[in-house]
Ligand binder design. Structure first.
Ligand SMILES: [Zn+2]
Length: 398
């Protein structure tokens, strides 16, 4: 098919069913002559059915090469189950030359598959009214513990009144009055902007307040509420109304990050970053300053060394060298001939290769000046990089 340029021979299609019975895992329905395709949950066009549920690893679409008959299957990679919300063909229809076959035209250049992940609200999820009053759910009370009104109405959301003075979202208060009176009278409210003005004959508060009073409620929308825990009347002026709320797409299940141990960068041996890879959260300079100012030196040591790239390496006290100390396992010849010698002497010998130190120790014995020190592995890496540039770093070990 050369009607649409280079990519035209690839098209979304369900691959033909390979002979499953020959492989010993055939079922009767695999040989269904009415559906001779490889993927049972895809349609003949290689696309999923709208409304189907897809689990991790299941095929989401299939592309077949018209020339070679090779197929490529796109799989659902997320752990969460998803529902196919919509499947749309985004490609342009191909112009068909007069007399050419209609089949060569296709809109399969680009296809959009929208998936829906149903998620119940959990602590940490973000919500907002239409006035920019956004916030996260900080606790999810059981409904029995929520306050209720005389008619038994229970709020869905309790919001802190301190959210209003500085943000000045008066519209949300007016919306809740309008929503409440609209719900009480069973009518729509007119939300035309600028229809009320402070200098006008009627304020929005009075307009909706009169409607509320006509329905037997408080003029300003407050109600006596009873504690869901004790059942007692709460002695406070509580304002309750109907407000449109929406879910914002920042959910903890996409954001939480936790690490005990895990992958490390193999150059620095420090933890890698990235939520997907199970990395750590950087404790940066400002966090370091904060811990310093709190005097929590041991916690700082824990964060910056023990939980990061703690490393024990040998350093020479005599010449101060970090890179010259070496370990050596005794060879057969140096361990001697007898079995006793071989077991006793087949040990690691620690010594310093520096010219200053080499002749200070005997052939088979440890150098007493070489001692293990604890330091970050990057420090050792730094010493190596400096050495590569011809700069020698020595330590003053006491
Ligand atoms: Zn030395």
């Amino acid at each position: 098919d050369d009607s649409g340029g280079g990519g035209a021979r690839l098209r979304f299609a369900n691959a033909k069913n390979p002979d499953l019975r020959r492989l010993g895992r055939g079922h009767d329905d695999d040989d269904d002559p009415n559906f001779p395709y490889a993927h049972k949950n895809l349609e003949e066009d290689g696309l999923p059915r709208v409304g189907d549920w897809i689990s991790e690893g299941e095929p989401m679409y299939c592309i077949v090469d018209a020339l070679t008959d090779d197929s490529k299957t796109g799989k659902h990679k997320e752990k969460e189950k998803a529902c196919v919300q919509s499947v749309r063909r985004l490609g342009q229809p191909v112009k068909v030359a007069r007399g050419a076959s209609r089949a060569s035209a296709n809109q399969d250049d680009a296809i959009s598959i929208t998936l829906r992940f149903p998620r119940n609200p959990v602590i940490g999820d973000k919500f907002s009214s239409r006035h920019g009053q956004k916030g996260v759910m900080s606790i999810l009370w059981p409904q029995v513990d929520m306050p209720f009104s005389e008619t038994g109405v229970c709020p869905d959301v309790i919001i802190n009144p301190h959210a209003f003075p500085s943000r000045m979202t008066i519209g949300m208060l007016i919306e809740s009055m309008a929503g409440k009176s609209g719900a009480l009278h069973g009518m729509y409210q007119d939300a035309t902007p600028f229809s009320f003005h402070e200098s006008g004959d009627k304020l929005a508060v009075d307009h909706f307040g009169e409607q509320l009073r006509a329905a037997g409620f408080n003029y300003y929308g407050s109600e006596p509420l009873y504690s869901g825990v004790s059942g007692c009347l709460m002695h406070a002026d509580l304002y309750m109304g109907v407000v449109y709320y929406q879910r914002l797409r920042h959910m903890v299940s996409d954001k939480y990050q936790v690490r005990a141990t895990g992958q490390v960068n193999n150059l620095t041996r420090q933890p890698i970053k990235g939520r997907k890879k199970g990395g750590g959260i950087r404790l940066g300079e400002m966090e370091r300053d904060s811990l310093l100012s709190h005097g929590t030196a041991f916690l700082l040591l824990d964060r910056l060394l023990n939980c990061s790239d703690r490393h024990v390496c040998y350093a020479c006290r005599r010449c101060g060298d970090l890179l010259s100390p070496a370990t050596e396992r005794n060879t057969v010849t140096s361990a001697g001939q007898s079995a006793a010698d071989a077991t006793n002497k087949a040990m690691l010998r620690v010594f310093c290769r520096n010219d200053l130190c080499r002749d200070k120790t005997g052939e088979g014995s440890n150098d007493e000046a070489v001692e293990p020190v604890v330091l970050p592995y990057v420090f050792r890496y730094l010493a190596n990089e400096l050495a590569a540039m011809g700069i020698k770093m020595t330590l003053n070990i006491k």
